[in-house]
Design a protein. Structure first.
Length: 218
C-alpha cells in the first residue's frame, strides 16, 4: 500500500468533525484567545476588522516585550467585547420593538411608546445580564490600561537613566579619543536612538546656556 492509500485509509477512521455544523464549531478553536480560552471573534463577526482593531491599539501603545504585548492584547480584546455588548443591546431592543410593533393597530405615538416599553420589559433580564457583563469588562479594561501605562512609564524612566549613563560614557571616551563597545556593557540602544538622544542633549545644553546668558545680561 502506497502513502496516498495509507492516508485515505487513515482518513476513514478520523475522529474529527464530519458535518458542516461540526466543522464550523471546530473552526472556532482558531479564534480562541490563547490565555483565557474565551472566544474573542464570534462567527458572525469580521476577523479582519478585529485584526485592524488590535493593530490600532498596538500602534498607539507600541509595546516593548512580551508583558506589554499581552497587556495591549488584553486591552484590545476588552474593548472589542465592550463594543459587542453595545451592539447586542441595540439588537435586543430592535428585535423586541419589531415584535411589539407587529401587534399595533395604528401608528400613533402613544402606541409606539407602549411598544418600546413592552420591548424593554420583555428583554429586561437579557439587558440586565448585558449590563453586568459590560460593567465587568469596563473594570477589566480600565485596570489593564492603568497597569500598561504604569509599566511603560517605569520602562521609559529606566531607559532614560540608561541613556543618560551611556551618553556620559560616550562623552568621556570621545574627549579622550577612545572607542567604546556598546554591546560589551549590555546597552541595547540602536544607533538611531543614541543619535536622537545626543541631539536632544545638545539642544538642551544650548538652551540652558542661552538662558544663563540672558539671566546674566539682565
Amino acid at each position: 500500500m502506497n502513502t496516498a492509500e495509507i492516508n485515505r485509509e487513515n482518513a476513514q477512521h478520523s475522529t474529527g468533525p464530519k458535518t458542516e455544523a461540526g466543522k464550523q464549531k471546530s473552526s472556532l478553536n482558531a479564534l480562541r484567545h490563547g490565555l483565557t480560552g474565551q472566544t474573542v471573534v464570534m462567527p458572525a463577526e469580521d476577523l479582519a476588522a478585529y485584526q485592524r482593531h488590535v493593530k490600532s491599539f498596538t500602534d498607539e501603545y507600541r509595546p516593548a516585550g512580551a508583558t506589554e504585548e499581552n497587556l495591549v492584547q488584553a486591552v484590545a480584546d476588552a474593548s472589542w467585547r465592550l463594543n459587542r455588548v453595545a451592539a447586542l443591546e441595540t439588537n435586543l431592543l430592535t428585535l423586541g420593538m419589531a415584535k411589539e410593533i407587529e401587534t399595533l393597530t395604528s401608528d400613533q405615538p402613544v402606541e409606539e411608546a407602549f411598544a418600546t416599553a413592552g420591548a424593554l420589559e420583555r428583554q429586561s433580564k437579557a439587558l440586565a445580564n448585558l449590563s453586568i457583563h459590560s460593567q465587568r469588562l469596563s473594570r477589566q479594561y480600565e485596570r489593564t490600561i492603568v497597569q500598561l501605562r504604569q509599566l511603560q512609564k517605569e520602562r521609559r524612566e529606566q531607559e532614560d537613566l540608561e541613556m543618560h549613563k551611556l551618553l556620559n560614557i560616550l562623552y568621556m571616551k570621545h574627549s579622550k579619543g577612545e572607542s567604546y563597545d556598546l554591546a560589551a556593557d549590555g546597552f541595547v540602544f540602536t544607533p538611531e536612538q543614541i543619535n536622537t538622544a545626543t541631539r536632544d542633549r545638545r539642544r538642551s545644553n544650548l538652551a540652558s546656556k542661552a538662558y544663563d546668558y540672558r539671566s546674566a545680561a539682565a
